[in-house]
Design a protein around this ligand. Structure first.
Ligand code: NDP
Length: 497
């Protein structure tokens, strides 16, 4: 199979976006990075350069934070908007995403190596829904009155926006994560500096422009693409930033938490996972196998909540493994813009190398490996892979691989599997497949993870909190819980004399 973006007709809007001069977006304006430095952006499906991004650094971050601070002034246009008006702006941003849904999907395919249907149906749709969901919140952020034994005193609490938010996002869901991070922050009344992944800057920059067109005052949302070690670190260290919200690796999340602690900055971390998924003997195997494989293989396993550790009751283990082999064999890899593609590439060469090393190590350690069809091309593909005959202590069963690699482990007994499933440094998601309601309740109580799925996998909803236990992070994205992360509580005491 040959692949080439050159032969694909891009929509005019996407071609225009990709041809724009490299820029940061600060105070409502597209500007070159102060240093003039740039970074290439590659199509992961064929390794071709599709664009050039500005490589912002500490000086650009400083400009952006100053703009965000001005926009956060109590007398600013943004801070004096009524909650109803703030909600309307969010709603219009959601509408703007949907107005350009097909083009956003195309950009996500080219930047992040997604498959078009998933990019359109999941990433773009969810980003829009996040803005639409949080558009309803500004009018519902309320304080309370406090019963007091002090005579002549009235105490009330008010909810204040936390201030300037530094958002740092990963390459696996560039636009969707904008919805997860920006929508609640804006609903709370914050202002933002966003550093998207250097691999996937285009959708965030476009969204920021559309947001201004939708009525967001200049300076409320600023975007500085650049390297994590420079722009990302500068954002974490900047004294003008009140809170950091981050999605990415556990290693970088720890580093951010350490640095943010110096200024006692608020931090929300959505980090890695090695999510356990358990198929009990009584499960509907058709649904369990299809759901488990689908949950793992979509976006080629590059999802933080991928069910990459599959425990299967020994009585059905071999037939489940055989069916999984069939699914891996049937998944069609290719460019995400091509009709019929089911498995896209990994995001870059180093992710491809990392995933390959994990599979080689599993083989060296004695596991069995089954691989589906590969693509011979310059892109960063890894075939769908099923690892069996593995042990719980192997790296393939403990470490986040972030590729289309599923490790299958047999079990005999419920207590045993719940203990093994929970024996992880992560706790992002977990799943069980069973027809037994009592077992389902027992397992969901036992499994220590931020999301637990029963007889399904992978749905998310703007109203449902998402986040991790243990080293999968702290704080929550989405739902009312995420809003709390962008608010401070102030007690106001009034003395009546
Ligand atoms: P990182 O955690 O390195 O990157 C996530 C974001 O953080 C990017 O915007 C990155 O910038 C930025 N960043 C990197 N270093 C710093 C720093 N010191 N200070 C502030 N920001 C920083 O993830 P990778 O992209 O390197 O992926 C590595 C592994 O992380 C994957 O293999 C996977 O296991 C895991 N991962 C998990 C994700 C999840 O959803 N939980 C998402 C992505 C990755 P830059 O653009 O330079 O990379």
């Amino acid at each position: 199979m040959t692949l080439s973006t050159d032969t694909r007709a891009l929509s005019p809007a996407v071609a225009t976006r990709l041809a724009l001069p490299p820029h940061v977006f600060i105070d409502g304006q597209a500007l070159p990075a102060l240093s003039g430095q740039t970074l290439p952006v590659l199509d992961p499906a064929d390794g071709h350069r599709i664009g050039t991004a500005a490589c912002g650094d500490a000086a650009d971050v400083d400009r952006a934070v100053r703009a965000a601070r001005r926009a956060f002034d109590p007398a600013s246009e943004w801070r004096t908007l009524t909650p109803i008006e703030r909600g309307k702006v969010l709603h219009r941003i959601g509408d703007a995403i949907l107005d350009h849904a097909d083009e956003f999907a195309e950009l996500e395919v080219l930047d992040a190596g997604k498959v078009r249907a998933a990019a359109r149906g999941i990433d773009v749709d969810f980003a829009a829904r996040s803005f639409h969901y949080f558009a309803g919140w500004p009018t519902k952020i309320v304080g309370s009155t406090v019963p007091t034994s002090h005579p002549g005193v009235h105490i009330a609490t008010e909810k204040d926006p936390v201030g300037v938010v530094g958002a740092i996002t990963a390459w696996n869901f560039p636009l969707l994560l904008c919805g997860w991070k920006l929508a609640p922050a804006l609903a709370a009344g914050c202002t933002i500096v966003l550093k998207p992944s250097e691999e996937t800057p285009h959708s965030a920059l476009w969204l920021a422009e559309l947001a201004v067109e939708a009525g967001l005052p200049a300076g409320v949302l600023n975007v500085v693409p650049g390297r994590g070690q420079e722009a990302g670190q500068a954002l974490v260290d900047h004294p003008g930033v009140d809170k950091i919200t981050f999605t990415g690796s556990t290693a970088v999340g720890k580093e951010i938490a350490r640095r943010a602690a110096d200024q006692v900055k608020r931090v929300t971390l959505e980090l890695g996972g090695k999510s356990a998924n358990i198929i009990f003997a009584d499960a509907d195997l058709d649904a369990a196998v299809a759901g488990s494989a689908g949950g793992l293989f979509w976006h080629s396993g590059q999802t933080c909540s991928a069910p990459s550790r599959l425990y299967v009751h020994r009585s059905v283990h071999d037939q489940v493994v055989e069916r999984l082999h069939g699914i891996a064999d049937g998944l069609r890899p290719g460019h995400g813009l091509d009709e019929g593609t089911e498995l896209g590439p990994l995001v870059n060469a180093s992710q491809k190398a990392k995933v390959g090393q994990h599979v080689s190590l599993a083989v060296e350690q004695g596991a069995s490996v089954h691989v589906g069809p590969d693509v011979s091309a310059d892109g960063f593909f890894h075939p769908a892979t099923i690892i069996s005959d593995a042990r719980d202590d192997m790296a393939c069963a403990t470490e986040e691989i972030f590729g289309p690699v599923l490790t299958v482990l047999p079990f005999d007994d419920t207590d045993e599997v719940l203990r093994r499933a929970d024996d992880s440094e992560y706790g992002l998601a977990a799943g069980i497949w069973t027809r037994d309601v009592s077992l389902a309740h027992r397992a969901t109580r036992a499994l220590r993870a931020g999301t637990v799925y029963v007889n399904g996998w992978g749905l998310t909803d703007p109203a449902a909190p998402f986040g991790g236990y243990r080293q999968s992070g702290y704080g929550r994205d989405l739902g009312p819980d995420s809003l709390e992360g962008y608010l401070e509580t102030k007690s106001v005491w009034t003395f009546h004399g």
